[in-house]
Design a protein around this ligand. Structure first.
Ligand SMILES: Cc1cc2nc3c(=O)[nH]c(=O)nc-3n(C[C@H](O)[C@H](O)[C@H](O)COP(=O)(O)O)c2cc1C
Length: 434
């Protein structure tokens, strides 16, 4: 089971909490990271595809990666499911079980998409159904299970629900301290955590309006919560987890772009996340050009990183590897040969103030994240079928919208993400954190 004691946790965030941000959150001091919500039907039946060069794993549905991870995050990774059906939730959990540490059920999303499907916050109105899904996951997924809820305005009703939830056997409960219909701009109810903490004996993770590092200690002190979870604070600047204080946005932006190169994050998602990061910087000279950037190169140009991109492309070409970060390759075989030098170049960027992520390979050797990405899997096994179709391009990224800061349900099908290919099993566990 994950260690929730004093844990600093990256909250689930649709589109934002993709692999590059999760890796950065861990490097900057987060103890645990959540995936964005993935709706059960969106991942059931996915093909598990492992990049033979760096061990990055994609779950691919109809040619589109719906979930990308790397073994180095596995021991700290919580996979969040959106579901209204115990059997489908279990199927989804079993699909990804080998690559994650914990399964979380989203019971807090107030978006129409979720509520209409009986998912997210709708489950809080149907406690029996909610608990039925959790029980099924607890009994049959083989993994620790958690759930994330909001609160009711009614205290007694909230406490009754959390006790029912605890009785299902889940190992921790994340509480977003807002009512279902409250928007992010309305202040969260920090005063409601303590009574929940007192009512249950499992770890409670406090979430809502924790915007800076020092807030974590404040909310823990106030509530007795075991762990603290951050969403928007990390969306704006993922170095929020640094106890020394946040890095300048521009440094974080550049680190992020390098991480996107290293993991071949698709331009559309890269730009979307950058727009959210720049939400506090709309007056900066970078903002408007970023809005207009229509390709990965254009993004690099905005942040004066064209030379780094050119160096990266040179290395790709030298190895005979693809260089396109704007579109998902038509066929899986197009991306079989992702250059290890790519990853080295892109991840070897200055790591000022960053935690070094260490991992051990199967032989017990200690390796850094960058080395792990560079060296690739210990054993290799090629995917039987290398074909996949061209996915639909992602939506045009939008400028940050305050309403978009509320919980957003994952698209039923896919995050539009880069595909990797060719299979291999590779187990990496964390050995150190500072
Ligand atoms: C961009 C974005 C996407 C989100 N997606 C999810 C999600 O997939 N699942 C979930 O449970 N909550 C989601 N949330 C809600 C957050 O996890 C969190 O509960 C909420 O933002 C309150 O935390 P904060 O005050 O630190 O932002 C999302 C929030 C944001 C800003």
């Amino acid at each position: 089971m994950l260690n929730y004691n004093n844990a600093a946790i990256l909250a689930p965030m649709v589109r934002v909490g993709t692999l590059p941000i999760r890796l950065m959150a861990l490097e900057h001091g987060a103890d645990l990271v959540y995936t964005p919500e993935v709706v059960d039907k969106g991942i059931v039946g996915a093909e598990r595809v492992v990049n033979e060069d760096n061990g990055t794993i994609d779950y691919v549905v109809k040619g589109v990666s719906v979930f990308k991870t790397h073994p180095i995050e596995k021991s700290r990774l919580v996979f969040q499911i959106g579901s209204a059906n115990a059997d489908l939730a279990l199927e989804a959990a079993l699909t990804v079980a080998q690559d994650v540490s914990t399964i979380d059920l989203n019971c807090g999303c107030p978006k129409r998409f979720s509520i209409h499907g009986g998912m997210g916050a709708a489950l809080m109105e149907e406690p029996e159904k909610l608990c039925g899904i959790l029980r099924k996951l607890v009994q049959h997924s083989g993994l620790p299970v958690t759930c994330k809820i909001r609160i009711f305005p009614d205290r007694e009703r909230t406490l009754k629900l959390v006790k029912m939830i605890e009785a299902t056997g889940i190992v921790a409960l994340a509480v977003h301290c807002r009512y279902r219909d409250e928007r992010p701009r309305e202040p969260g109810h920090w005063d409601r955590f303590k009574e929940i903490v007192d009512a249950v004996s499992i770890p409670v993770i406090a979430n809502g309006d924790v915007m800076k590092y020092s807030d974590m200690a404040r909310v823990r002190e106030l509530s007795g919560a075991t762990g603290v979870m951050i969403a928007r604070g990390a969306q704006a600047n993922v170095s929020v987890f640094r106890k020394e204080g946040r890095l300048p946005t521009l440094d974080v932006v550049r680190q992020y772009i390098r991480k996107c190169m290293a993991t071949r994050n698709l331009h559309s998602n890269t730009k979307y996340v950058l727009m959210q990061m720049m939400v506090e910087e709309t007056k900066s000279s970078y903002y408007r050009p970023l809005c207009d950037a229509k390709s990965f190169r254009a993004v690099c140009k905005v942040f004066e990183m064209e030379q780094e991109l050119d160096d990266w492309i040179e290395k790709q070409k030298a190895g005979g590897y693809p260089t396109d970060l704007d579109t998902v390759p038509r066929k899986t075989q197009d991306v079989v040969a992702i250059s290890t030098t790519t990853l080295t170049a892109a991840t070897a960027a200055p790591a000022t103030g960053k935690r070094k992520l260490d991992a051990t390979n199967g032989a017990g050797e200690s390796k850094s994240l960058d080395e792990t990405l560079q060296d690739g899997p210990a054993t290799k096994k090629h995917a039987a079928d290398g074909s996949s179709s061209q996915p639909t391009p992602a939506d045009t990224p939008k400028a940050a919208d305050p309403e978009a800061d509320s919980e957003v349900a994952a698209p039923a099908t896919a995050e539009k993400d880069t595909l990797f290919s060719a299979g291999a099993e590779h187990t990496v566990v964390f050995t150190s954190s500072s």
